[in-house]
Design a protein around this ligand. Structure first.
Ligand code: AQP
Length: 274
């Protein structure tokens, strides 16, 4: 029997190249070697307010993007989380076995809570629901971007605690990060990860952006005060542009250095935009 993979994406906002390079691209590759379940996690999406009609539209759009990216429904399962009640049921059982302090320490909770005047309890429980998604299917591997690593560690902690309290029940899942592209940063502010919920018009490259819009966004990307690429001393914006290029092309570090060393930023941006 093939080992099993579970991963998910929230149908919030517009999917961006961070979601593709951090998660989707790996999913497409792994579906031939693993038994895969890919989830559109709408119950996670409602941990912050969503307009119901818009959420329904985004669920369909996210499913279409999965297929367009190369997920093959003949070999992989695509599931809308809310259609399988066991996700929410297991989340409650796990909630009762999870110490509050573990959840309050999650950086994504702290970041998202800091952006809102009042927060719902769902935001705190977000990683428990994620643990339920993964443990429900006895997934062996979970391909995610780096921002989800802490939630995966928590999933293993919850599984271990549950197994210790009630007997061997859950499989320990392994985190699978991409070697390049695990954390794509915002084009406008390379200190922040590219995110659907950031509203800046030059922040993210959407998977559905027109080529002319992508070109414009890349040409406006933040770099640093150097005139050209210097691998010994680079600002985060330049590192980000090079990472995006490397993740899409699959070039080695040596190929990257040979091609880009000394290249002026205008030309670097033109190359990345292509
Ligand atoms: N910037 C990123 N770089 C690499 N991977 C990323 N992922 C997200 N942002 C980046 C990965 O994409 C998958 C799906 O993410 P999600 O939709 O479940 O939620 P998220 O991680 O919170 O992503 P966003 O885009 O920031 O969404 P919002 O703004 O709605 O919270 C995950 O595997 C994630 O690691």
């Amino acid at each position: 029997m093939k080992p099993r993979v579970l991963s998910g994406i929230q149908p919030t906002g517009s999917l961006h190249i961070g979601n593709y390079l951090g998660a989707l691209k790996n999913w497409v590759r792994m579906q031939h070697d693993y038994e895969c379940v890919f989830c559109i996690v709408d119950l996670h999406a409602i941990t912050v307010h969503q307009e119901p009609a818009e959420l329904r539209r985004k669920i369909e759009q996210t499913a279409a993007i999965f297929l367009a990216a190369g997920i093959d429904p003949k070999i992989s399962s695509v599931v809308v989380q809310s259609t399988v009640p066991a996700h929410a049921e297991l989340a409650w059982l796990l909630t009762c076995a999870t110490p509050l302090g573990w959840l309050e320490r999650m950086t994504q909770f702290k970041d998202k809570a800091a952006k809102q005047e009042s927060i719902g309890d769902g935001l705190l429980q977000y990683p428990v629901l994620m643990a339920a998604d993964i443990l429900l299917y006895k997934a062996n591997a979970v391909p995610v971007g780096d921002d989800q690593s802490q939630h995966l560690e928590l999933t293993r902690d919850i599984a271990q605690r549950f197994n210790a309290l009630y007997g061997d029940t859950f499989v320990m899942p392994e985190t699978k990060l991409p070697t390049v592209g695990a954390r794509i940063m915002g084009l406008d502010d390379p200190s922040k990860k590219m995110s659907k919920s950031e509203t800046g018009s030059n922040h993210a490259i959407g998977l559905l952006d027109e080529p002319s819009v992508i070109r414009k966004k890349v040409m406006r990307a933040t770099t640093d005060s150097n005139p050209a690429v210097d691998f010994e001393s680079m600002g985060a914006g330049v590192v980000n542009l090079l990472t995006i290029h490397q993740a899409f092309t699959g070039w080695t570090d040596d190929q990257m250095k040979q091609h880009f060393t000394g290249m002026r930023y205008g030309d670097l941006k033109k190359t990345v935009a292509e």
